[in-house]
Ligand binder design. Structure first.
Ligand code: AMP
Length: 141
């Protein structure tokens, strides 16, 4: 089993609902460890840069507006197969399609206000982690 790192963002809807702890508990109970974390209020430029892969899609601008609507908690999660493990813990992007017990099934209101972001591949995880964290800001055992 490979120990991986992945980027997680607890989105503005979850921060506003005061459920940061409940979301982190889902990660921890499923074997992932928070090895870096910071609360940020993203600038429009940061959010546009982070989601540039979605430029041109219908949901791009609403997504950027939503991601800058309040603070977020950005974290690096570490653990066995962390990228896919995190995706499984989050559940499907659309909460109506998310499996019971997943973060989105339990806490998300809509496909936009869907509580969490998680990297979708090991390569993207590396890029997304580097977008927010310097190497020395990540705890190494
Ligand atoms: P992803 O890069 O896959 O995390 O997608 C970014 C975010 O865009 C998702 O977490 C959703 O919040 C939003 N999103 C993705 N697909 C749609 C969609 N079809 N309609 C509205 N929002 C979407």
């Amino acid at each position: 089993m490979a120990i991986e790192r992945t980027l997680s963002i607890i989105k503005p809807d979850a921060v506003a609902k005061n459920i940061i702890g409940e979301v982190l508990t889902k990660f921890e109970k499923n074997g992932l460890r928070v090895v870096a974390a910071k609360m940020l209020h993203l600038s429009r430029k940061q959010a546009e840069g982070f989601y540039e892969v979605h430029i041109g899609k219908s949901f791009y601008q609403p997504l950027v507006d939503f991601m800058i609507s309040g603070p977020v908690l950005v974290q690096v999660l570490e653990g066995e197969n962390a990228v896919i493990m995190n995706r499984n813990i989050m559940g499907a992007t659309d909460p109506k399609k998310a499996d019971p017990g997943t973060i989105r099934a339990d806490f998300a209101d809509s496909i936009e206000a869907n509580v969490v972001h998680g990297s979708d591949s090991i390569d993207n995880a590396k890029q997304e982690i580097a977008f927010f964290f310097k190497p020395e800001e990540i705890y190494s055992r």
